[in-house]
Design a protein around this ligand. Sequence first.
Ligand code: 4AD
Ligand code: MG
Length: 461
Amino acid sequence: LTTVKELYKNPEQFLDKEITIGGWIRSIRDSKTFGFIVVNDGSYFQPLQVVYHDSMENFADISKQNVGAALVVTGTLVATPQAKQPFEIQATEVAVEGGSAPDYPLQKKRHTLEYLRTISHLRPRTNTFQAVFRVRSLIAYAIHQFFQERGFVYVHTPLITGSDCEGAGEMFRVTTLDMENLPKNEDGTVDYSKDFFNKETSLTVSGQLNGETYAQAFRSIYTFGPTFRAENSNTTRHAAEFWMIEPEIAFADLEDNMNLAEDMLKYIINYVLEEAPEEMNFFNSFVDKGLLERLKLVASSDFARVTYTEAVEILEKHNDKFEYKVSWGTDLQTEHERYLTEEIYKRPVFVTDYPKEIKAFYMKMNEDNKTVAAVDCLVPGIGEIIGGSQREDDYEKLVARMKELELREEDYQFYLDLRKYGSTRHAGFGLGFERCVMYLTGMSNIRDVIPFPRTVNNCEL
Ligand code: 4AD
Ligand code: MG
């Protein structure tokens, strides 16, 4: 089969020649002696119009087909300079590979995103989701390419883990124990020695701790895989299962970390603008007007950089506009993050050096003993897209911090070892892959950039 993409990329090679394509009916109409079928073959954002005639013996059968049916069409590709599409196929043969029932849920009218979420197995056949999921695929490729070109080693960190990287207690438990008859210790706690791994285990919230061990061997590594959070946040930006990209770099500090993050985001933007112009134009016209202009500006200008303390001073002046008031020590909420990036800076902004109390145990303590070398990257429309930090590389300081937070040292022995054997300055960050896809497509709900989303109360398909 020839793909529609090949036709668009190289029309001269195919015009006035016989070709065969396979695809699904988007729309079909006929008159007595001929008919038109718009077919999408999934290879390209544009569909292809098929013209068929009553000289074909199965003319009546073709005309009976419903939207959604799968066809294999053979015919001649002819130029149509007068029409909207540059060419069409004059069919000599239309074989119905699989008919479609008349109750096919995707009719030609526009459906709401909410409705399409209820048919996540069929929505990839719509223009919107063709564009979203092709761009999602391209972004993944761009990310690999960015890191591979720079010599980073791709590390596969485990999904089942015995530690809680972010210390937020938002883990999905992994167990083979019988929930009805949980074995108990004398003090009433669950006895995990009877469990599969002989200990308490969960799905990972982050590959960072394992990733750090490889950075201390390869210098520059990245992970790219699924992570899980049992956060009870029913928002447009939280999923229970999402993908994260976590680079980790040795002999590097917070500034190196920010430079890497900024270069990466710009690289991804340029890549997608280059490789998916039809899809990006579609988003710009139908999803988020101004998207292209904004992204091009982001790719060509510096991100803002501000400390948490400075950011709080700015935000406090606008406290009348916020539901949650800001003061030093409070965690920034989405409304504050968006205000900073959308109203104050009007571009992506790195916020650094947060109070230690609102950040994870592994972040490097600053000299003030109050803040840590953390960095969040905030972008318009979303808020936090990246969270990262320079890591605490001093053994004693790390142990002291873990004691303060009552973390069990025996669970983190491997992590402490890194501070014992050739410890280096090092830093890394986590890019939320879905938030990145939202940012680049202008889609405003995380459920619409994940093929089969898992969110609070929702694990369909
Ligand atoms: O800020 P977070 O929690 O950082 C970490 O997990 C670090 N271990 C990363 C590191 O330094 N290696 O999460 C990183 C990013 C967030 O900025 C956000 O984009 C995304 O992951 N994220 C989520 N995306 C979708 N749904 C959720 N529930 C998310 N939680 C975090
Ligand atoms: Mg974070």
